[in-house]
Ligand binder design. Structure first.
Ligand code: AMP
Length: 222
């Protein structure tokens, strides 16, 4: 492992639990979470120029063009404390993004340490996303699930409201999965070839998956 704080990329299909695991890990490590999907949704909600441009892509379940994502990523890295590593949730998602990432990081005196992929099958993705809700109005939005009553109660007790993401509708989920297989899955071979890929079975509970990833990060496998 380098002396710099570790910089990690989290890969996996929609619904693999990337944001849940990110939330669990940032509490245990000095990582700054960077969720590109969350940033885009915040831009849409705030009706900024970027938000208006990207909204149709998210609505359809398509990827936002690489040039816009590169600018968004640079804006995130610009403000990142050099003492902290990052946990990048949702970026890169295309080969051009993966190929450009090393150069972008070098501009900010950083390098990538690991790419961790959360592996889960398509049927489980559809099951998870059809029941997923986002707890809004209780601080930082967090995912809950209609099959997990405790999570819904936690949301309501904090004054929040479980809301379905527009792109969790079944027809959009199918498109997001197809896009993942076509455009993002090739990245696994790419990171495998450079020795940076680590695979985690994400069918287990979020707590178990978070433990597996945390063990991977702390046992020096970076
Ligand atoms: P997520 O919350 O990570 O599932 O992302 C939600 C949506 O944001 C995706 O379906 C894409 O439309 C868009 N998005 C997020 N990250 C990226 C990225 N790295 N490249 C292109 N589009 C992205």
């Amino acid at each position: 492992m380098s002396t710099q704080p570790p910089n990690i990329v989290l890969l996996g299909p929609p619904g693999a639990g990337k944001s849940t695991i990110t939330e669990a890990l940032v509490h245990q490590h000095d990582f700054v979470p960077i969720s590109t999907g969350q940033r885009l949704r915040a831009e849409i909600k705030a009706r900024t120029a970027l938000g208006r441009t990207v909204a149709p892509y998210l609505d359809r379940g398509d990827l936002v063009p690489d040039s816009l994502m590169d600018r968004l990523l640079r804006a995130c890295l610009e403000t990142l404390d050099p003492e902290h590593g990052f946990l990048l949730d949702g970026y890169p998602r295309t080969m051009p993004q993966a190929l450009g990432l090393a150069g972008t990081l070098a501009d900010y005196n950083r390098r990538l340490d690991l790419a961790v992929v959360l592996e889960v099958g398509d049927d489980e993705v559809v099951r998870r996303l059809s029941g997923r809700r986002i707890c809004e109005g209780a601080g930082v939005p967090f995912p809950v699930h209609i099959d997990d009553l405790a999570s819904i109660i936690r949301c309501r007790e904090r004054g929040g409201q479980p809301v379905q993401r527009d792109d969790d509708r079944p027809e959009v989920v199918r498109q997001r999965l197809a896009v993942y297989h076509r455009q993002t899955q090739p990245l696994l071979d790419f990171y495998d070839a450079v020795g940076q890929l680590r695979r985690v079975d994400a069918r287990n509970t979020p707590a178990e998956v978070a433990r597996a990833v945390a063990a991977m990060l702390s046992n020096g496998s970076t």
